[in-house]
Design a protein around this ligand. Structure first.
Ligand SMILES: Cc1cc2nc3c(=O)[nH]c(=O)nc-3n(C[C@H](O)[C@H](O)[C@H](O)COP(=O)(O)O)c2cc1C
Length: 429
């Protein structure tokens, strides 16, 4: 299901908010998106950008992902996990919608309706883009990076340490060719937010989820989704510039840090482009950051015990907390699941392990399990001084270094060998 198909579907089902009034990408648009958080919004009259439309909220519900992958919501995590293990190389096309218009001279990023979201942000930010590069050892890598617009041709990127983009940049003495894709189908967005093993090309995951033909870029040796709305071709450089402040996933202000500069050399886009906006810190951001981590946690826990489900919870900013559901077969399965969950998602801070009779998506049920099945002196795992998320203000943050944190796991499963009947809720009948 392509980016535009989601808009069309939302219009048919009456959930699309269409804004015909002239709206400014500078601060005004974000407020309108905020009012309709959780719903797709289409701005058809973008102040200062004739010929452009702006869409937001495309990825703000699990229903849209399920619809895009033609599965039930409850099958999403398993469908993503299967696609990650069974990737399919995409077909290559010669002509592509994303290259209907090609701009290589008088290039100006102000051509794009890049939103300034909040007055405390460091400036206009591209927040929905996936960046593609070719790692010399592992091949193509696809990953989201927020991009602060510096001027007509340059961005400062937020590149978290020790992930694909950071590793590729540090391997190369010169600039790294990149392609930045904006306005993508949901499978591309999902895959771009996953962290598969380094040698897995996320576009092959996207293509395994739903056919995702690619086209070769005009000025860099990279392939991009043919159906993207906009592609910015350029170079990731070793020049650093102040990046931030920015309201990020935890809805706190992420501080200013040095970020690598990206120089744009070519812009291609559809004839009637729809720019994708993504409101930082709100539902769409949370779903796109958190949900793709559920299959990687599931895969990691399945390697040590019988894992039946995983939920990245909204209360943990859809990034720092997870609930892992297991069918316990061994006294140590709970503890094994805790340690494996931290392998499956590097930024995970706290995890609760529950039995199959507990719905991991229901915070009240999870708390009940902690209240009735957990004893701290027996079931608590505390791991001090671990690599943590740069987004957690309570962690330890040294410039240029990976954040540090203390991780905690709660095994809230029924104690091994106990009389299960004593721990199960009665059936009211
Ligand atoms: C909406 C969204 C915004 C993101 N912004 C950033 C960012 O600015 N910088 C970053 O390093 N990762 C960001 N991420 C996380 C990465 O995309 C994600 O961790 C990815 O899996 C890393 O891929 P890699 O391990 O293959 O490099 C973002 C993810 C999403 C969904």
């Amino acid at each position: 299901m392509k980016f535009r198909d989601v808009i069309h579907h939302a219009r048919l089902e009456g959930t699309l908010v269409e804004v015909a009034a002239p709206t400014d990408p500078d601060l005004e648009m974000a407020q309108v998106i905020l009012q309709h958080d959780g719903r797709p919004v289409l701005f058809t009259n973008v102040r200062g950008h004739p010929g452009w439309q702006v869409a937001a909220g495309i990825a703000s519900s699990r229903d849209y992902f399920a619809m895009a992958l033609k599965v039930g919501v409850e099958e999403l995590i398993h469908t993503l996990a299967i696609a990650m293990e069974n990737t399919v190389a995409p077909s290559v096309v010669k002509e592509a919608p994303c290259q209907e218009v090609v701009v290589e001279t008088d290039l100006n990023l102000s051509r794009l309706p890049i939103l300034r979201h909040f007055s405390c942000d460091g400036g206009p930010y591209v927040t929905s883009a996936v960046l593609i590069l070719d790692d010399p050892d592992h091949g193509p890598n696809v990953c989201f990076h927020r991009l602060l617009k510096l001027d007509e041709r340059r961005f400062a990127a937020r590149v978290v340490e020790n992930r694909g983009t950071d590793l590729a940049l540090h391997k190369s003495s010169g600039d790294v060719p990149v392609a930045i894709c904006i306005g993508n189908a949901l499978p591309v967005l999902l895959a771009g937010s996953m962290s598969p093993p380094n040698d897995v090309d996320e576009l092959e995951i996207a293509n395994a989820l739903s056919p995702t033909p690619v086209v070769r870029c005009k000025t860099v040796p990279l392939y991009v989704p043919a159906d993207s709305e906009v592609v910015l071709e350029g170079r990731l450089t070793h020049t650093m510039a102040p990046e931030g402040p920015f309201v990020d996933l935890t809805e706190t202000i992420d501080p200013v840090r040095p970020g690598p500069v990206i120089e744009i050399d070519c812009i291609t886009h559809r004839r009637d482009p729809i720019y994708q906006a993504l409101l930082p810190g709100k539902l769409e951001h949370k779903l796109l950051m958190g949900m793709p981590k559920e299959p990687t946690i599931l895969a990691a826990v399945k390697r040590v015990c019988r894992c039946t489900n995983v939920a990245i919870t909204p209360g943990g900013a859809s990034w720092l907390h997870a609930v892992v559901q297991i069918a316990k077969r061994d006294p140590d399965d709970g503890k094994r699941a805790i340690e494996a969950a931290f392998q499956g998602h590097g930024s995970l801070k706290h995890v609760v392990v529950v039995d199959t009779d507990i719905n991991p998506y229901d915070p009240a049920e999870v708390e009940w399990a902690i209240a009735t099945r957990f004893q701290a002196q027996r079931d608590l795992v505390v791991l001090p001084d671990q690599p943590g998320s740069s987004l957690d203000p309570s962690g330890t943050h040294e410039p240029g270094q990976k954040a540090r944190t203390t991780k905690m796991g709660l095994d809230a499963t029924i104690p091994w060998g106990a009389d299960r009947a004593a721990f199960e809720k009665i059936r009211y009948q």
